[in-house]
Design a protein around this ligand. Structure first.
Ligand code: NAP
Length: 248
């Protein structure tokens, strides 16, 4: 097992949900974490739990800012996590501006961060690059075409990077969770409608952000000869993206 002690880790989307839990977990294991997201106040709350952490206020869609803020820093671990979904409208009823937003953050944002951070890892001949995918990158569900398209796209990016950087010393991992509670994901998806967001998890014990953080920590602490490629993490009550067993 490899230690995370003093390893420099960048977590995007660290101001909330899964990213915040990953940052806290890596910090607890001794990593020096850089917390990136747009909301400074939320980042600073997470920073309090992460000794030695620093905050970088950043919109991952702003390619120039991503290079400026991250390009010269050295990271041993990258967790490319920032992402969102907007709406569950059937495609013809969707809003093209919302589609652009989701595609920009989930695909271009992920690419921008890889583009800024991976060259340093290549130069040093080592690193762990973790991508937060989703079961939505493996199965499509009604009203999810655009979000699922972005997560299918990041799965292709993950597979492409494995090939493009074969032999570089970088280990790539895609962690693909099913339904996770305790994040802002559903509230944002339902545009602030807390009732609809709550209903997603009614009668189910979903995954928690800490469950996902556990998978990430496990993957990147395996011995140097092991690359955990893909982890699909379902809630026990979720058999597929459309089949969830709920308590009465
Ligand atoms: P969340 O609580 O809403 O967290 C999303 C994070 O992304 C926030 O920290 C947000 O920070 C950041 N973010 C959004 N847009 C950004 C931008 N333009 N630039 C920089 N940061 C940005 O949701 P979550 O559930 O933790 O989601 C994290 C990842 O897990 C996403 O990629 C999501 O697709 C994936 N996922 C979630 C679930 C689930 O059920 N929750 C399941 C599978 C996969 P700011 O708003 O401060 O920028």
């Amino acid at each position: 097992m490899q230690s995370l002690h003093q390893r420099r880790a960048l977590v995007t989307g660290a101001s909330s949900g899964i990213g915040a839990a990953i940052a806290r977990r890596l910090a607890r294991e001794g990593a020096l974490v850089t917390l990136a997201a747009r909301r400074r106040d939320k980042l600073e709350l997470v920073q309090r739990d992460c000794p030695g952490a620093e905050c970088v206020v950043l919109d991952v869609c702003d390619a120039k800012a991503v290079v400026r803020e991250l390009g010269d820093r050295e990271f041993d671990v990258l967790v490319n996590n920032a992402g969102l979904a907007l709406g569950v409208d059937r495609l013809p009823a969707g809003d093209p501006e919302e589609w652009s937003r989701v595609i920009d953050v989930n695909v271009k944002g992920v690419l921008n961060v890889f583009h800024a951070v991976l060259p340093g890892m290549v130069k040093r001949g080592r690193g762990d690059a973790v991508l937060l995918g989703s079961v939505a990158g493996r199965q499509v569900y009604p009203g999810g075409a655009v979000y699922c398209a972005t997560k299918h796209a990041t799965r292709a990016v993950y597979e492409g990077l494995r090939l493009d950087l074969a032999g570089s010393g970088i280990r790539f991992t895609s962690v693909d969770p099913g339904m996770v509670t305790g994040t802002e994901f559903s509230l944002i998806r339902f545009r602030g409608d807390a009732g609809r967001a709550r209903a997603v998890y009614q009668g189910v014990d979903p995954l928690t952000p800490e469950d996902v953080a556990d998978a990430v920590a496990w993957a990147i602490t395996r011995p140097a000869n092991v690359n955990v490629g893909e982890i699909v993490l379902w809630a026990a009550a979720q058999a597929s993206t459309t089949t969830v067993t709920r308590r009465a």
